[in-house]
Design a protein around this ligand. Structure first.
Ligand code: F6R
Ligand code: MG
Ligand code: MG
Length: 372
């Protein structure tokens, strides 16, 4: 049977009023480009949205992961949106278009990518998550909770189909290496790595009993591509749920509380992650706090299941009062951290600041230091 691919490709191509949000003219360009691609049969469904200042393209198709035509479609869409952005003098227009010549895959060129190809089950619920003002490792914690922590996911105990546990692929961003660790047997080793989310990133998860793929995240580290600070990487993630995988509600349960991620103002601070509905997908206070949006849909014959008028049925997962507690916590933590100003641990540890613009400031003091 032909497989289905869910591709989420995103880029910050400029935003309205600082690094705040993606305005309608840019979203419209993206919808227009993807609508045309659907008419031409390249993709079967799409949904355009934003996570703060990031333009997010959700595409469902039959062409597999890393497909050059799908990547070109995303690349050209971002280029057109960046052009519009420049013409409107939006802020940081074209920010994530780090390279100019497209070579078949947007990975390593600025945009972030999470893709998953799979054989559709009789019913296959899919969730897509996107964060702004943080980095890929920000998904480590909720993915660990959902797929490895029996205090979060009842199915790990109750559902025999999950008894074999899950395998986690972890990227070492600094050394460009990866490793696969299996839970529950190697849970301690997994935590030893992914507890440092600035370096180790959960990139993929499979059900161990049959190697069924069930999660995929973006692993781009922009500063390592550009060789300098160019904003945080604002990651995306695709997850499948239910029927022998964690339930939708088990995957959402880690977001009942806020937790801390690196990023926020100037990519240089710890901040509380705030799950929000799409209507609140914008960054304000201290360029944040870092935000998370989540969408859910059913895949159906290589497409997103659609309503009678052909519109994809996509639900806004965090547009719900059940996440008010996490939002309230995020606001309280935000106030605590901001009272500390530029003192650690509000600001990132000194070695993490190497990837920000701080070293340029310190450079000016270099010659004034005397032996002590
Ligand atoms: C974080 C981010 C913003 C900017 C900040 C300063 O990822 O993009 O917090 O770092 O607004 O931006 P500039 O230097 O463009 O004024
Ligand atoms: Mg930006
Ligand atoms: Mg962003």
């Amino acid at each position: 049977m032909a497989k289905t691919t869910v591709s989420v490709i995103k880029a910050d191509v400029g935003s309205l009023v600082g690094h705040h949000t993606v305005p309608e003219p840019l979203l419209r360009i993206a919808r227009e480009e993807l609508r045309r691609a659907r008419e031409e049969g390249l993709i079967n469904s799409y949904y355009v949205f934003n996570a703060g200042d990031d333009l997010e393209l959700l595409m469902v198709h039959r062409r597999g992961e890393g497909n050059p035509e799908i990547h070109r479609l995303a690349w050209e869409t971002f280029r057109k949106a960046a052009e519009k952005s420049r013409s409107l003098k939006l802020y940081a227009a074209g920010q994530d278009i780090l390279k100019t010549a497209f070579s078949g895959n947007v990975k390593g060129m600025g945009p972030g990518v999470a893709e998953m190809e799979f054989e559709e089950r009789p019913s296959d619920p899919v969730m897509v998550f996107a964060m702004d003002k943080t980095e890929p490792g920000a998904f480590n914690y909720p993915l660990f909770r959902a797929f490895a922590d029996p205090f979060n996911t009842a199915g790990l105990i109750i559902d025999p189909a999950m008894a074999g546990g899950f395998k986690f692929e972890v990227f070492d961003l600094m050394e460009s290496k990866k490793i696969v660790l299996k839970c529950p047997e190697e849970m301690y080793e997994l935590l030893a790595l992914i507890g440092s989310p600035g370096r180790y990133v959960v990139s993929r998860i499979w059900r161990a009993s049959d190697d069924m793929v069930c999660a995929s995240t973006s692993t781009t580290k922009l500063s390592l591509i550009a060789g300098k600070y160019v904003g945080k990487d604002d990651p995306v993630c695709v997850v499948r749920a239910q029927h022998g995988l964690p339930a939708v509600g088990e995957i959402l349960a880690p977001f009942m509380h806020s937790y801390f991620v690196e990023g926020w103002m100037r990519g240089s601070h710890w901040g509380p992650l705030m799950p929000v509905g799409l209507k609140d997908s914008r960054c304000t206070v201290f360029d944040g706090p870092p935000r998370l949006v989540g969408l859910g849909f059913q895949v159906c014959e290589g497409a997103i299941a659609s309503d009678d008028s052909g519109d994809p049925m996509v639900v806004d997962l965090f547009e719900d009062v059940a996440f008010d507690l996490a939002r309230r916590e995020a606001m309280e933590y935000m106030a605590v951290l901001r009272r500390m100003g530029e003192f650690e641990p509000a600001r990132l540890a000194h070695d993490a600041m190497e990837y920000t613009t701080l070293p340029k400031v310190l450079e000016r003091l270099k010659d004034r230091f005397r032996p002590a």
